[in-house]
Ligand binder design. Structure first.
Ligand code: SF4
Ligand code: SF4
Ligand code: SF4
Length: 266
């Protein structure tokens, strides 16, 4: 059964223990970033009278995965959208496609990776809960089966109509997400996008993308990226041929172990 988390902003006290647990679990370096970053996979924001956690929504049909040309991002039936860094070629289409502006990039690194919450995949697969959910002292972040969390969220709204705005953010947005939010006020007031469609974004195919003016820039960038990938492959192939010739001339074996460690399949 697909897992999810119910984040009830009416219960959140802004203690940031979820942030700390996440940083520790993922061995992230200390940083003062004011938004998600390569050193912060989840961040608690103050929005008027409320606190709101931001993190990867682990979309049911993730736009990030749909535009990745090498399959470096993948939605698992258990819920998490995970990242295979060895497959990643650094095109960063995922960053452009994500409707929630979640993936970040290690700009300063010699071998940069895309960085985002991975739903503590290892813990979830081992039958445990993500580090952030375990650390939350108020139950504002609750882990469980997504379907059951939807039922629970509806129950909370029905039993306390004065306490909750009658909408579960993430139940249907962009085809549904593993992260579900409850709030006391309309979500637009606490920083959520209120204009998201309910259809999964991957339904917007290349054809559609190229015909919608808003996406022309993105489409152009995509095409530029494809050209970059092809050129990169040609350069690498040339390098391999040169290396093989150099070794053959020197009488060395011509195996290429290591090359596929970064650019090949995992
Ligand atoms: S929120 Fe963004 S990065 Fe996370 S799964 Fe959805 S599209 Fe991908
Ligand atoms: S699921 Fe894991 S990686 Fe994601 S925010 Fe929680 S602790 Fe961090
Ligand atoms: S640990 Fe729980 S209560 Fe504390 S900031 Fe995170 S979600 Fe809110």
């Amino acid at each position: 059964m697909s897992k999810g988390m119910l984040i009830d902003t009416t219960l959140c006290v802004g203690c940031c223990m979820c942030e700390e647990a996440c940083n520790e679990k993922n061995d992230l370096p200390k940083c003062d970033e004011s938004d998600l970053s390569a050193c912060k996979f989840t961040k608690v924001f103050e929005r008027g009278d409320y606190y709101v956690r931001k993190m990867c929504m682990h979309c049911e049909e993730p736009a990030c995965a749909s535009v990745c040309p090498v399959g470096a991002l993948k939605k698992l039936k258990e819920g998490p959208v995970i990242y295979y860094e060895k497959k990643c070629i650094g095109c960063r289409y995922c960053m452009q496609a994500c409707p929630f502006q979640i993936p970040t990039y290690e700009w300063a690194s010699a071998f940069p990776r895309v960085r985002k919450c991975w739903f503590c995949y290892d813990r979830v697969m081992a039958g445990s809960q993500p580090a952030c959910a375990e650390a939350c002292p108020t139950g504002a972040t609750k882990f469980g089966d997504r379907k059951e969390l939807v039922v629970e969220a509806r129950k909370r709204i029905a039993e306390n109509p004065d306490q909750y705005h009658s909408h579960i953010f993430g139940e249907h947005e962009v085809g549904g997400t593993s992260m579900l939010y409850l709030a006391a006020v309309p979500f637009g007031r606490i920083g959520f996008k209120s204009n998201l469609i309910e259809k999964p974004l991957p339904l917007l195919t290349w054809n559609v993308l190229s015909k919608i003016p808003d996406f022309v820039l993105v489409g152009g960038t995509l095409l530029g990226g494809v050209a970059w990938i092809i050129n990169r492959r040609i350069i690498l192939q040339d390098e391999r041929i040169e290396e093989a010739e150099r070794k053959r001339n020197a009488g060395e074996p011509t195996t290429r172990s290591g090359f596929f460690g970064r650019f090949g399949k995992k």
